[in-house]
Design a protein around this ligand. Structure first.
Ligand code: NAP
Length: 259
């Protein structure tokens, strides 16, 4: 399917690895020029070089922490006008509801709620002025089904979801479409980190922790960054203009609900 976005420009945050990279690859495969961000310059440059070589699109890199005001300023300056924004950052650490301090909550809200909101506030006005834009926020399946050890994520991402629900409906009439993608477990470094935590807590191997989690997923496997990226590219496409403020769960059926 031709997504109709060849030649557009996208900012994809936190994209040297994992789900962000999957989104960047899928957009590049459809001819979208990229601004890519991550903190570590080496992995970022390697990813950019691989995407340029595979897809022949322009790729600008900005090594910066997207969750800080300074990092965002650097990224936004390099981005200029973009047609597509994919927000992403590392997820908060696991823990227990009884232990998190105010500072822990502020850090999670900064990274996973206020950062994507600030990026939308910076870039959506330009999209409105040009009459076309797409925003995809990478959130988490924890928005639909809270995960006990990820209370910081449950909290911050639900706040972002509320902001998007209201904002998406205010800008859709101006050609700007905002949606959220909710990953369940995907085969990335983040999944290894989460499974390592389970393995340590339960005194089992990493392989056993993974097998245990896979047994809870109707699709009987972890998702891939490539299939996540394909869903992102579709939501950024010309065909997604009537999909407004939605929360698309990609979890292999793990959340057991009718809607
Ligand atoms: P990942 O494989 O660990 O990759 C994270 C990427 O983000 C890397 O490129 C990393 O590069 C970059 N990054 C992290 N923090 C950053 C920051 N502050 N500023 C800029 N770049 C940053 O993680 P992932 O699995 O793709 O997960 C992406 C998001 O989806 C996370 O928020 C995660 O919590 C959420 N999620 C993932 C899953 C899953 O199963 N994978 C499930 C639910 C939710 P640097 O380290 O060099 O900055």
């Amino acid at each position: 399917m031709d997504l109709g976005i060849s030649g557009k420009r996208a900012l994809v945050c936190a994209a040297s690895r994992g789900l962000g990279r999957g989104c960047a690859e899928a957009l590049a495969a459809d001819g979208v020029h990229l601004v890519l961000n991550a903190r570590g310059a080496d992995a970022l440059e390697a990813t950019a070089a691989a995407i340029r070589a595979a897809h022949g699109v322009d790729v600008v890199t900005v090594a910066a922490d997207i969750t800080t005001p300074e990092g965002r300023a650097k990224v936004l300056q390099a981005s200029g006008d973009v047609d597509i924004l994919v927000t992403n950052a590392g997820g908060p650490p696991p823990g227990s509801w009884s232990d998190w301090s105010r500072d822990d909550f502020i850090a999670a809200l900064d990274a996973n709620m206020l950062t994507p909101i600030a990026l939308m506030q910076a870039l959506v006005p330009g999209m409105i002025a040009r009459g076309w834009g797409r925003v995809v926020n990478i959130t988490s399946g924890s928005v639909k089904a809270p995960m006990p050890v990820l209370g910081l994520s449950n909290t911050a991402r639900t706040g972002l979801t509320g902001f998007v629900a209201g904002t998406a409906r205010q800008v859709a009439g101006k050609g700007v479409i905002i949606n959220n993608l909710l990953p369940g477990i995907h085969d990335t470094d983040r999944a290894v980190a989460l499974d390592t935590g389970v393995a340590q807590a339960e005194g089992i191997t990493l392989e056993a922790a993974r097998a245990k989690r896979e047994a809870t997923i109707p699709a009987a496997r972890y998702g891939t960054a490539a299939e996540f990226g394909a869903a992102c590219a579709f939501l950024c496409s010309q065909h997604a203009g009537f999909i407004v403020g939605q929360n698309l769960l990609l979890d292999g059926g793990a959340v057991n609900s009718t809607l």
